[in-house]
Design a binder for this molecule. Structure first.
Ligand code: ARG
Length: 459
């Protein structure tokens, strides 16, 4: 039976299944670097208050570097008593530098403040990585939008053709969402960047460790100001998973649009082979699996968020083992979002946009609003022009015409005598799009301005 860190008051052995059930090393070893870094800085704090000599500190830091190398090269040997990354690293430190000195590193520290600081450090670094991938995704969307600014397509509400828009305007919509996600992520990183180390098990540090020093050395922008909160708070885990859930929601809608646009009926876009798969039965099939997975995984990360909030909601303060349930959903969600961003970037940078198919999907009825607007400029109230334009749509239908543009001037004037020969200028998709040049609109100048503004926010 291996010796347990907490074994002193125990006489009986743990049930073997309980050992397995309790162990978090299989997943929390991901945080090995954060754990070693936390200990490196914590021991500096101990030396500052005279609880370690300079020689002991040097020896400890040498040992930590050895262990780091072992993890890095895959040679760290896990042993049966290693409950989690904290116990594994401390056990190994004893083997590398001797139990006497290694036995001093945990003075005044608990695994409660240790796991809190490790997780914050780990999440902080992962989120920075995710943030830089996200920046590339947004820039990819922006670049594509600038290049294909002349492509017109139908805009939809209720999935019914509504008004003509630029394909780039659609791209710019998602670039807008993703830029907001990017900004929100910076705020979350900033908020979680507070140091819980030095809180002890819960009540605080008994030897007056300099917590501000620990925080600064670990790159935090402050300390968690209450030791009970320091060990019991997992809001940063919840916020991270919320961020991932919301972002994946956006990715899911983006994917859903592209799945529809890539269908044979629409054919607005064609996915690259690299992000499609075939059917084992139907030889002609090319399926947008990448997009379907992006859509599907958004459900899983939301499940992680909801599940962990359920784990947290009723537990008494301060630390309870329930909180160990943060890691599997958190790590899964972080890996999922990282891969999803990379896949989405690949999809959007390699797909083909079919300008002609987009243009062919535009229909004259989508200019019925423009027809109403035509009479507005002649002084007719919009409520009236809306009705008149509707009558034109009905007249075209009743006369089996291909569109409202096929009505004769005579027919227009029979409906309303304020129609003049210039009414036919209305039936031009480009003109319709270019009229919408107010901020945020679909006119070329407005879209280019949106894209430039988004790029500025990323810089
Ligand atoms: N593996 C534990 C976790 O992830 C570390 C903290 C254990 N603390 C304790 N008092 N048992 O939460």
């Amino acid at each position: 039976q291996p010796q347990k860190l907490w074994g002193g008051r125990f006489t009986g052995a743990t049930d073997p299944l309980m050992d397995l059930y309790n162990a978090s090393l299989p997943y929390d070893k991901k945080m090995y670097a954060a754990d070693l870094e936390g200990t490196r800085v914590y021991t500096m704090g101990l030396e500052k208050i005279g609880l370690l000599t300079t020689e002991e500190l040097k020896e400890i830091h040498r040992g930590l570097a050895v262990i780091h190398k072992e993890w890095e090269t895959g040679t760290f040997e896990e042993k049966p008593g290693d409950e989690d990354i904290h116990t594994a690293n401390e056990r190994r430190l004893g083997e590398v530098i001797g139990r006497h000195t290694a036995g001093k590193v945990h003075t005044g520290r608990s695994r409660n403040d240790q796991v809190a600081v490790d997780t914050r450090l780990y999440v902080r670094e992962e989120l920075k990585k995710i943030s830089s991938h996200l920046k590339v995704l947004v820039e990819t969307v922006i670049k594509r939008a600038e290049k294909e600014i002349d492509y017109l397509m139908p805009g939809y509400t209720h999935l019914q053709r509504a008004q003509p828009i630029r394909w780039s305007h659609w791209l710019s919509m998602y670039a807008t969402y993703f830029t907001e996600d990017y900004n929100r992520l910076q705020q979350i990183i900033d908020r979680l960047n507070k140091c819980p180390l030095g809180a002890g098990a819960l009540a605080g540090h008994p030897y007056g460790i300099d917590r501000e020093f620990l925080a600064e050395e670990l790159g935090f922008n402050g300390v968690v100001g209450n030791s009970l909160a320091a060990v019991s708070d997992r809001d940063f885990v919840v916020e991270t998973m919320f961020w991932i859930s919301l972002f994946m929601n956006h990715i899911s809608r983006f994917s859903e649009d592209l799945i529809i646009y890539s269908s044979g009926e629409f054919h607005f876009v064609s996915l690259a082979d690299a992000y499609s798969t075939g059917s084992s039965l139907m030889p002609q099939k090319k399926n947008p699996d990448s997009l379907e997975l992006l859509r599907g995984k958004s459900g899983r990360v939301f499940g992680s968020l909801a599940g962990f909030m359920m784990s947290m909601k009723g537990i008494p303060s301060t630390y309870d083992k329930d909180m160990q349930e943060d890691k599997e959903p958190l790590f899964d969600a972080m890996t999922t979002v990282e891969h999803s961003i990379l896949i989405a970037t690949g999809v959007i940078s390699t797909l083909t946009a079919n300008k002609d198919a987009m243009a062919a999907a535009l229909s004259m009825d989508m200019l019925a609003t423009d027809l109403a607007d035509y009479l507005v400029l002649k002084g007719v109230p919009f409520r009236e022009t809306h009705h008149i334009s509707g009558e034109c749509v009905r007249a075209a239908e009743e006369n089996h015409l291909s569109g409202i543009d096929q009505l004769s001037l005579d027919q227009f004037q029979k409906i309303d005598n304020r129609f003049g020969p210039d009414v036919f200028d209305t039936f031009n998709f480009e003109r319709s799009v270019e009229k919408r040049n107010a901020t945020g609109g679909t006119a070329k100048s407005a879209v280019l301005k949106q894209l430039a503004n988004l790029q500025k926010q990323l810089n």
